[in-house]
Write a protein that binds this ligand. Structure first.
Ligand SMILES: Nc1ncnc2c1ncn2[C@@H]1O[C@H](COP(=O)(O)OP(=O)(O)OP(=O)(O)O)[C@@H](O)[C@H]1O
Length: 972
């Protein structure tokens, strides 16, 4: 049922008049009058009207039921709100009106039943008119393709006269009917409304003009029929030459109430009004009766009243009509309510034919330009819309393209940034490392300068002591023994300080070198300051770059790579610092050696003083306090102990420690080329030197390393340090080279620089050193110069015999020439030995000094023999290839007046040595075949003192390299 009703509410075609009933609440007056509820709403669409009359004498009605039921489309009682009534009766009509249909809602009922309340409402309780217009504008606003034009008129029929409520001054208006039969109010003002507010304002204005008077039945009784006509013209937004215009009309009618004169107590004017009202309502009733006749339509007389004429379409024409009947529930209003219900019930059967009001408007040609203009505007509007949409699409596409470009650009930027940072960091690291290396070299140079300075100072000091000693000797001997003095003078070393009166070359050189070293020291310090400043700047730059990495590089992987780069650099720095520390330690050791040498020098001076004073006492037979004699004996005793101590000290000298302690980690020479094991990459110079060194050895001679027990651990091996030194551009070394080139022609050794001073082991405790066996700085300097004359070069001599020399370490200077058989050098050595023998052979045996000398020499020789035995025994693992001769470097320290004894000792120890090597050979090392020519052995006997070729300290004990050829080989 509800579905059918719903369907009947929409669309066109034949439609039944919709009838709704509203029962207002009981009024206060009615309650006071003792009225009882006579109308009840039963279910949603049924009402029961109870006849209050209870007359038992009325026989005609005796058998009739007092209750009458009526069914309507909708029934609203006193509990229903204005909104309920609107939504059920009127809301559905709004879309019809906007789409070109006519619709009418009129309120019907007796006076005071609530018609005006339903149609107009009160403040805060808007009626159907307000709500309908509100929805109408809302509906039109929601449409996008249609344009609407809304006009409204508001009139009243008062005493059968039509008044324009929106323009009351227009007087009474007439009704006219056009050719199609449509009734029009001539002269009515139609006001265009653009919003609900405008409509409301007009309604308020119109209601103020409406005739409303209080009656006995209703304090606000409407004395006229009010009709609000809202016309909605609809057309498409796009205009054409033939334009379809849909016109819908909504009529909202508030009828005046039928009234009984008895109830209203109207008199005079009110009574006349009532008569007109009743007449028009009667005409309406008649029309309703006629329209609702079940036997078919009859003649409908609309012309009896203006009301029916105006409602002609609403009642039987092209209109969707809703009639809302109103009744009072009071029993006192029973008759009015019953009549209303009867009329309403009849109206249910009224049918209307609803159709859409469509008009095709053919515009005049004069309007074409306007239409064309409007069409162009529309085209432009649509094009604009299209362009806008396209642009939006393009903009989206553009945004995506831009985004991808930004991403690509970002990637490129990131990549460029990474590359930039990498290059910057690497450059910075490289600069920093170069600066650090330079700084390390400068530190090394400073240390070398310091050592060189000490060495030169020692040379000068030693010369001065020597000078003073000679002067004293001259004076002493002249006073005591003229013969000795003459011999002394005769045997005095040619070119001695005293005799010549001029300083030896080495002393002059030492003085010159001190000046140069002083300048170099300041120069080095200045350069160091500059380099340190540059290093600080480079370090700051690197730090800033590292800090910028997380800010500039977004990619975590790239960040990690750069951080690793920084870490590698850090490790390189640590490695370099380790090397620097190694060099520093080396320097400290050498410095200590220098201190030891100085102390030894001072001790010699002290010994000299003591011995001379003792000699003076003895020679002059001076009385000496016993305490002093005891002290002297104690001194001699201590001296013998100290000799051992010094010997121990020298045998465990720091240089020995360096060489031996690093032996386990010392790489073989063959491995030197392996740069990966080196702290620094080997320079071309270092490689060249090494090649030269290797070329010195016969190809069939195997280099053997001697493993000693390390006495102190070292981080960097000797060879490594050597390589570092070779790579290190030592300013001191360069300066020394420069000096040598400038001052001493040909004084440099084959390495292009002077060997560093190394302390000698003390082999003689005698202060008197007539053989020049002590290694003093000046003698060492002289030795170095002598050795720089190519005497150690290999190859055949003029006599066809091969020369040989001893080299203890490839990185150290040649120590001495052992001998060259038949060569000039040997003759020189022999001559030197002869001089030494002559010097020592003519002593005064009666003198205490001579005794002391002899005893000292004896002790020294014995000590040397003992020492040599130890050294030979420690010179193990010597291997010789083929028939080549072997020479022991330490043989230079042998002391013996009987060469055969020494040879015997050597043979004995070498037999032991061969026995040892036999054991070694079982471990995979070749057995040694050592051939030693007798005259060669003879040449190494230290008894043949060679002045100017002092013994060299046994540094690198055990590292022996032998060259030479056996001419008449003797088997050891
Ligand atoms: N549903 C309702 N709820 C509350 N009060 C109502 C209701 N209907 C009507 N009334 C009140 O009843 C009184 C009469 O109503 P109204 O003036 O609307 O009657 P009417 O039918 O228009 O009378 P008339 O024909 O004389 O103009 C008013 O005071 C109105 O407020």
């Amino acid at each position: 049922m509800a579905e059918l009703k719903s369907q009947s509410k929409t669309g066109g075609g034949e439609q039944n008049l919709m009838v709704a009933l509203r029962i207002r609440p009981m009024a206060q007056d009615e309650i006071l009058q003792g009225a009882n509820p006579a109308a009840y709403k039963v279910e949603n669409n049924m009402v029961v009207l109870l006849d209050p009359a209870d007359d038992s004498d009325d026989i005609l009605r005796a058998n009739r039921s007092r209750e009458k039921q009526y069914v309507f489309d909708s029934i609203f009682d006193g509990t229903c709100s204005q909104k309920d009534v609107y939504e059920e009766t009127t809301k559905f009509l709004i879309p019809n009106v906007t789409s070109g249909y006519n619709a009418t809602v009129f309120a019907y009922g007796p006076t005071g039943a609530g018609k005006t309340y339903t149609m107009l409402g009160k403040d805060g309780e808007p009626g159907i008119m307000v709500q309908a217009l509100n929805d109408l504008f809302l509906e039109m606003r929601q449409s996008t393709d249609k344009t609407y034009k809304v006009t409204m008129s508001y009139l009243e029929i008062y005493n059968e006269m039509i008044r324009d409520l929106l323009n009351p001054d227009s007087g009474f208006l007439e009704l006219r009917e056009d050719a199609k039969g449509s009734v029009q109010v001539a002269g009515i003002s139609e006001v265009t409304a653009r919003s609900t507010e405008e409509v409301m304002n007009m309604l308020v204005k119109g209601n103020l003009e409406r005739t409303q008077e209080p009656t006995a039945a209703n304090a606000t009784s409407s004395r006229s029929h009010a009709i609000l006509q809202v016309t909605v013209r609809q057309r498409n937004k796009t205009r054409n030459i033939m334009q379809e215009v849909r016109t819908g009309r909504l009529y909202l009618v508030d009828l005046a109430g039928s009234e009984r004169a008895a109830n209203t107590h109207n008199r005079g004017k009110r009574m006349v009004e009532g008569a007109h009202i009743n007449r028009s309502l009667l005409a309406l009733g008649n029309c309703i009766n006629a329209l609702s006749d079940k036997n078919g339509p009859k003649y409908i007389n609309y012309r009896d009243s203006k009301l029916t004429r105006l409602l002609k379409d609403a009642l039987g024409g092209n209109c969707r009509t809703v009639m809302i009947a109103h009744i009072s529930p009071a029993s006192t209003q029973f008759e009015e309510s019953r009549n209303t219900l009867v009329y309403a019930d009849r109206a249910k059967h009224i049918k209307t034919k609803v159709r859409r009001n469509v008009t095709d408007v053919a515009y005049h040609i004069a309007q074409y330009s306007n239409i064309i203009s409007e069409l162009r505007d529309e085209i432009m509007r649509l094009r604009g819309k299209l362009t806008e949409q396209t642009q939006q699409k393009h903009s989206v596409a553009n945004i995506q393209a831009v985004q991808s470009e930004v991403v690509e650009s970002q990637k490129k930027t990131d990549k460029a940034d990474v590359t930039f940072f990498k290059e910057q960091l690497l450059t910075s690291f490289k600069d920093q490392m170069e600066l650090r290396k330079t700084l390390m070299e400068l530190n090394n140079a400073s240390m070398e300068i310091s050592l060189e300075t000490n060495r030169n100072q020692l040379v000068i000091s030693e010369f001065q002591v020597e000078k003073a000693r000679e002067l004293r000797n001259r004076e002493g001997t002249s006073m005591t023994d003229n013969k000795f003095s003459e011999d002394d003078k005769e045997n005095n070393v040619p070119g001695s300080v005293v005799s010549s009166g001029v300083e030896p070359v080495e002393v002059q050189m030492a003085r010159n070198e001190l000046k140069v070293l002083h300048e170099e020291k300041h120069k080095t310090e200045r350069v160091k300051t500059t380099i340190q400043r540059e290093l600080e700047a480079a370090r700051n730059k690197t730090q800033k770059l590292e800090e910028m990495i997380p800010l500039r590089i977004n990619n975590a992987d790239q960040q990690e790579i750069l951080k690793l780069l920084c870490r590698v650099h850090q490790l390189e720095i640590e490695s370099l610092e380790g090397q620097s520390a190694g060099l520093l330690r080396d320097f400290q050791i050498r410095h200590k050696d220098m201190v030891i040498t100085k102390l030894h020098h001072y001790r010699n001076i002290s010994d000299d003083i003591i011995n001379r004073q003792k000699r003076i006492i003895d020679e002059n037979n001076l009385l000496c306090p016993p305490e002093l004699l005891q002290l002297y004996e104690l001194y001699k005793e201590e001296l013998s102990h100290n000799l051992l101590k010094w010997d121990d000290i020298s045998s465990y000298s720091s240089i020995d420690k360096i060489t031996s302690s690093n032996a386990p980690s010392t790489p073989k020479i063959e491995d030197v080329d392996n740069d990966s094991n080196k702290v620094f990459t080997q320079s071309a110079k270092a490689k060249h030197i090494q090649q030269a060194e290797r070329s010195m050895y016969p190809q069939d001679l195997e280099i053997v390393e001697h493993v000693s027990t390390p006495t102190a651990p070292s981080r960097i091996s000797y060879e490594d340090r050597t390589i570092i030194n070779a790579n290190t551009r030592s300013i001191a070394a360069l300066a020394a080279k420069k000096r040598n080139q400038a001052n001493i022609s040909g004084a440099t050794d084959k390495f292009g620089q002077r060997p560093l001073y190394r302390p000698q082991p003390l082999i003689d405790d005698d202060d008197f050193d007539p053989f020049g066996t002590k290694l003093t700085p000046s003698r060492l300097a002289l030795h170095n110069r002598n050795m720089s004359e190519g005497l150690y070069s290999n190859g055949l001599g003029d006599d066809g015999l091969e020369r040989f020399s001893t080299i203890t370490d490839p990185n150290l200077p040649p120590l001495r020439t052992i001998g060259t058989i038949g060569s000039k050098r040997i003759q020189e050595q022999e001559e030197a030995r002869r001089r030494a023998v002559r010097y020592t052979g003519n002593g005064n045996n009666n003198s205490y000094l001579e005794k002391s000398r002899k005893q000292a020499r004896k002790n020294a020789e014995q000590k040397n023999r003992n020492q040599q035995r130890r050294k030979i025994s420690t010179n193990s693992n010597i291997r010789y290839g083929g028939a080549r001769a072997a020479v022991i470097d330490d043989s230079s320290t042998l002391r013996s007046n009987t060469p055969n004894t020494v040879l015997s000792d050597i043979n004995k120890r070498n037999n032991n040595h061969i026995q040892k090597n036999k054991k070694i050979s079982s471990q995979g090392i070749n057995t040694l075949t050592v051939n030693q020519p007798e005259d060669l052995v003879d040449s190494i006997i230290p008894d043949r003192k060679i002045r100017g070729l002092p013994t060299i300290p046994q540094y690198r004990k055990g590292d022996i390299t032998v060259t030479g050829t056996a001419t008449n080989a003797a088997r050891f």
